[in-house]
Design a protein around this ligand. Structure first.
Ligand SMILES: Nc1ncnc2c1ncn2[C@@H]1O[C@H](COP(=O)(O)OP(=O)(O)OP(=O)(O)O)[C@@H](O)[C@H]1O
Ligand SMILES: [Mg+2]
Length: 256
């Protein structure tokens, strides 16, 4: 693939699995420089993602759950997917969950919605206002109020929540016309339960959308995260959802 090994790049011997996590003795720096020379390997994953981009472009919306340990390359593969998508003329919106204390509900989706162009945003605001008037400036939803009308996705207010989820789904579906849209939701292991419910709803409403949703998460950190485990189980039952787990690159992948 035209990638050269730089000085100091560790040689693991043939067949050895290479994963950034194994560099624990000061070789990280050389390894990092090496990584940055270009994207390496992942041919199977890229072919699969290219096929899913094609399906989304053809109006058969798709979602991908991309799992793996920290540092294995989930975000980077998301970036590569965004580059592949951009090459087809698709737009891309990115949202990232955070473990920072105080992050608002729906944080990854808020970032995604903020990335919409202003015309789409105006349409989105009108639609959300129609189905969920409290979002924004209405009662209990004064500007700056971090509580969305749809609540946190648990307990009462199910009808309102459903409508708000529908509004987000239809806004993203509309934004995906006509050229296709990739929505990357990174670091789902830190997403709030409300965002996870919205992801399930969105994934169930993809059928005719030119939309590809790529959600990444650390599968080493699902312990104690019931909402995440439930979400993964619910999504696994959906036909338009593909699960992908990244493993360390093999020596052959790195050398090719
Ligand atoms: N196939 C690849 N070719 C070249 N560089 C890569 C490849 N995969 C990952 N990298 C690089 O390895 C580093 C770690 O990857 P990345 O940040 O994508 O991991 P991650 O799985 O998202 O980790 P985390 O769980 O901490 O978010 C980055 O510098 C990234 O650019
Ligand atoms: Mg990452």
């Amino acid at each position: 693939m035209g990638v050269e090994r730089g000085a100091g790049v560790p040689d693991f011997g043939s067949g050895r699995t290479i994963s950034p996590g194994v560099w624990t003795d000061g070789r990280e720096e050389a390894a990092t420089g090496y990584w940055q020379t270009g994207y390496v390997g992942r041919q199977r994953e890229r072919e699969l993602l290219a096929a899913l981009i094609g399906a989304a472009l053809a109006g058969r919306g798709q979602a991908v759950l991309l799992a793996g340990e920290p540092g294995i390359g989930k975000t980077r593969l998301g970036e590569e997917t965004a580059a592949m998508a951009a090459a087809t003329g698709m737009s891309c919106l990115w949202g990232r969950a955070t473990d920072e204390e105080g992050s608002p509900l729906y944080w990854p989706f808020r970032q995604v919605l903020r990335g919409l162009d202003s015309a789409t945003l105006v349409r989105a605001a009108a639609e959300v206002a129609l189905v969920a008037p409290e979002v924004g400036a209405g009662p209990g939803g004064a500007p700056g109020d971090r509580r969305p009308a749809a609540g946190d996705g648990s307990g009462a207010g199910g009808e309102l929540r459903f409508q708000a989820f529908e509004a987000v789904t239809s806004v993203l579906t509309a934004a995906a016309e006509p050229g296709g849209l990739l929505v990357v939701l990174d670091d789902l292991q830190w997403a709030d339960p409300a965002s996870l419910r919205l992801l399930v709803h969105l994934s169930r409403g993809l059928a005719d959308a030119r939309l590809l949703v790529l959600a990444t998460y650390r599968d080493t950190e699902t312990g104690g995260r019931d909402a995440l485990r439930q979400t993964l189980a619910a999504l696994a039952r959906e036909a338009a959802v593909t699960r992908l787990r990244l493993r360390g690159l093999t020596e052959r992948e790195v050398a090719s």
